[in-house]
Write a protein of this length. Structure first.
Length: 313
């Protein structure tokens, strides 16, 4: 629908896609070596690690159960006190507060059979990384649901560095409105920072969720798939909650290597269109993904595949 003069490129906006390959291997290792049940969002099950995936680990005997929220993980641990459970805590600011709440409950209830494997990511440091690395876009479309938590402050800060953007929702009309606003603002030749999703996003964001995250987590440098380590872009449990940290409880370290042949990092940083990856639609398809961007329906390559089937098959 868009004219050739408007190009929309994807960024690191899918939480599953940016979860490092080594994280998947670490989770599989915990389940296989320690006989712990993994509790995970469904999207993560097919994501390839360096050596394995949760799907393959399941075939080797690991118990991998899908849940729709960290609170469901809490329920599973309560219902089966004899069994060790590990919740795979991935996602952006949208999901981190729910993990924080689950940790709080686990602490209050003194649950001894539930730990968390945190790999939460923060969006503003990724945006700053793109800006620092000369990402040549006229404006960003900022993620609406993350912004519901963060509010507008991170984007106001970017605007001070002459970086423009608009917060938008996810429906087609939200995105068209965002693109239209960007074109109009670019025509005026000024830096802009607009909230086009005010029914969900307030200026200050969700203060209760922000406080919960700050109480339970502290920032740390974190690895992003295909991008590498970004300063203060991840969350680890604060010392009072350390006993719930599965990295420590199972004495496991994440392998920092990238998955071989995977070019998802180029897609995630807007330097390559999914269709330009040599594996796209040939070896790498949604039913047999080679990279993380082909797994989740939010992934750039999965979306490109779904909407360009005619051209690729
Ligand atoms: S086509 Fe597959 S391997 Fe290539 S960038 Fe996309 S997900 Fe990664």
């Amino acid at each position: 629908m868009l004219p050739d003069s408007v190009r929309v490129i994807s960024g690191p906006g899918c939480p599953v896609c940016v979860t490092p390959a080594g994280y998947i291997d670490a989770a599989a290792e915990i389940a296989l070596k320690n006989d712990a049940q993994l509790l995970t969002f469904g999207d993560l099950v097919k994501v390839p690690g360096i050596r394995t995936s949760l799907e393959k680990a399941r075939a080797e005997g690991a118990e991998v159960r899908t849940v729709i929220s960290p609170l469901e993980a809490l329920k599973a641990a309560r219902e089966n006190p004899e069994r060790k459970h590990v919740f795979l805590a991935v996602g952006f600011e949208t999901t981190a507060p729910a993990t924080a709440l689950a940790v709080r409950h686990a602490d209050e209830e003194k649950l001894a059979n539930l730990t968390f494997l945190p790999a939460h990511k923060l969006v503003p440091p990724a945006l700053e990384h793109l800006v620092r690395n000369n990402c040549k876009v006229d404006a960003f479309i900022y993620p609406g649901h993350v912004s519901a938590i963060t509010g507008m402050a991170p984007y106001r800060k970017l605007a001070e560095q002459d970086v423009s953007g608009v917060v938008a929702g996810f429906e087609a009309e939200d995105l068209i409105r965002a693109i239209f606003a960007i074109i109009q603002a670019c025509d005026r030749g000024e830096t802009f920072c607009l909230n086009l999703y005010p029914k969900v996003v307030s200026e200050e964001g969700n203060l209760i969720a922000q406080k919960l995250m700050k109480d339970v987590f502290e920032e740390e440098d974190a690895a992003w798939r295909g991008i590498g380590s970004l300063p203060a872009s991840g969350l680890r449990l604060r010392p009072p909650y350390e006993r719930f940290d599965a990295w420590k409880a199972y004495d496991i370290v994440m392998d920092a290597r990238e998955q071989e042949g995977c070019l998802c990092g180029l897609v995630l940083t807007g330097r390559m269109e999914p269709q330009d990856c040599p594996l796209f639609g040939k070896i790498c398809r949604p039913e047999n993904p080679s990279g993380a961007c082909m797994v989740s329906s939010e992934g750039s390559c999965a979306a490109a595949y779904r909407y360009s089937m005619g051209e690729t098959t």
